[in-house]
Design a protein around this ligand. Structure first.
Ligand code: GLU
Length: 454
């Protein structure tokens, strides 16, 4: 089998959200797991609502997730292809002009519904003679163009849903070209899928009905349709679908709030699949994607799970993965950085928390002196360097013997003095990183003063 070519086709009319990420990632992982190619296609034929800034942000958001396209195209650059397809469909009689205004169509739909009929376009325009058309155009009417559907049942083996069929007799002939000559989504999408050699169309199940129309359109344009897979849609904890307006769950919003990209990816891909949602250390660990194992039920996800997963993801991230972020922050991206990372990563909720831990290990902290007598003894008994991970136990054993403090009474004041915090990484690990000079300063800095209670 030849390697797949897939596409992710957002309209740049807003920021993409975690549900869009699901589509993008399923495509990307499906293709990259088989040595295939991933095309990012901007469906920007709606000139009024499409914005370059949204297209730019989609590229940034995908890059953040680790999705790097092999090719980026925009439909606004490709209208010559669509014009050629329109000419072909007109020549074969599959595209016909219709002149009804939106109001007329609306009234007609309502009449049909009142009579208990399905509101399908009645193809009145097909019965117009040349004279009728000339008359309408003389009145100043411009036609829109409809694709004449064959009244057949279109069947396909969906990569997710299995055997699927849609009776096209139950559908209105879709409008492909508006009165002003601009294209609706269906035609450019099919033309591009043909032109770009797309082998697998993987998208949300809200597009299932479009598939029947598109299969006919592929054939009318002389092409074999690709394979289709329609995945279940992500819904939030209350069962609502996600929309571009739910800004908090936009990828940009999640990034700015400090979510880990691998956690967003894991949640986006694994929710509503046969696998449980779990942290991963690399994007490839989410693949290869088996589309047939996606559930048919809506994929319900809870934003709270994202933050738990984000923390768990950080706790397992290898230094290699965060090295560029260390460099970008001005932290050492060498062995010093790595030792520090491995010591503190298990305590991070957000990556940004490392600044606080960096200060604990290599900078200065707010002093907290809780038990002056204990700290004075600890100062006296502090071993000389070199230190290892065994130093902490050796030191605190002696402090315990001398001060008869044990358990929390022994360890908590030391932790507070050395780190300024109640909790954190194991002190056996931190102590050698903080180093004797800082430890002495912190112990003596606090030894004479009790914590000031407010
Ligand atoms: N622009 C369409 C959308 O965002 C693409 C659908 C498709 O993948 O064909 O829904």
């Amino acid at each position: 089998m030849t390697a797949p070519i897939v596409r992710f086709a957002p309209s740049p009319t807003g920021r993409i959200h975690i549900g869009n990420a699901r589509t993008a990632l399923l495509n990307f992982l499906f293709a990259s797991g088989q040595g295939g190619r991933f095309v990012l296609r901007f469906d920007d034929t709606d000139q009024e609502r499409s914005r370059q800034e949204y297209a730019d942000s989609i590229v940034v958001d995908l890059d953040w997730l680790g999705v790097v396209p092999d090719l980026v195209v925009r439909q606004s650059d490709r209208v010559a292809f669509y014009a050629a397809a329109v000419a072909r469909l007109k020549a074969s009689g599959r595209l016909y002009p219709a002149y009804e205004s939106a109001d007329e169509l609306d009234r007609r739909r309502k009449r049909m519904q009142a009579r208990g009929l399905p509101p399908i376009y009645d193809r009145a325009a097909l019965k117009l003679t040349e004279d009728d058309r000339a008359k309408l155009e003389a009145e100043g009417r411009r036609p829109h163009w409809r694709f004449r559907l064959d009244s057949e049942t279109v069947t396909w083996t969906d990569l997710v849903r299995g055997e699927s069929h849609i009776d096209c007799a139950s559908l209105s002939d879709p409008v492909l070209v508006r009165e002003d000559g601009t294209y609706l989504y269906t035609l450019p999408s099919v033309v591009d899928d043909i032109e770009l050699g797309i082998t697998h169309v993987v998208r949300g199940e809200d597009h299932v009905t479009n598939t029947a129309v598109q299969v006919q359109l592929f054939r009318a344009l002389g092409a074999e349709p690709p394979l289709f897979g329609h995945h279940n849609l992500l819904v939030n904890a209350s069962g609502e679908g996600l929309s571009k307006r739910s800004g908090a769950l936009s990828l940009t919003g999640l990034r700015e709030a400090g979510a880990e990209p691998l956690a967003v990816a894991a949640l986006a891909v694994l929710t509503g699949s046969a696998e449980s949602v779990h942290p991963v250390a690399a994007l490839a660990d989410l693949g290869p994607v088996d589309l047939a194992r996606l559930s048919r039920a809506p994929a319900r996800f809870d934003e709270h799970d994202l933050w738990t997963l984000s923390a768990k993801t950080l706790h397992g991230l290898p230094f290699e993965t965060v090295r560029p972020r260390f460099a970008a922050r001005g932290l050492p991206d060498d062995a010093v950085g790595e030792t520090f990372w491995l010591a503190v990563r298990g305590n991070l909720e957000r990556f940004d928390d490392i600044d606080g831990w960096w200060a604990v290990v290599h900078g200065s902290i707010e002093p907290v002196g809780e038990d002056p007598e204990l700290l004075a003894a600890a100062t006296r008994l502090l071993p000389e360097e070199p230190w290892s991970s065994a130093t902490w136990a050796a030191w605190t054993t002696r402090v315990k013997a001398e001060t008869s403090r044990k358990g929390r009474a022994l360890f908590h004041p030391l932790r507070l003095a050395l780190t300024g915090r109640d909790t954190g990484p194991e002190l056996a690990v931190l102590l050698p990183l903080i180093g004797r000079a800082r430890v002495l300063a912190r112990l003596s800095g606090h030894a004479g003063s009790s914590r000031q209670e407010p």
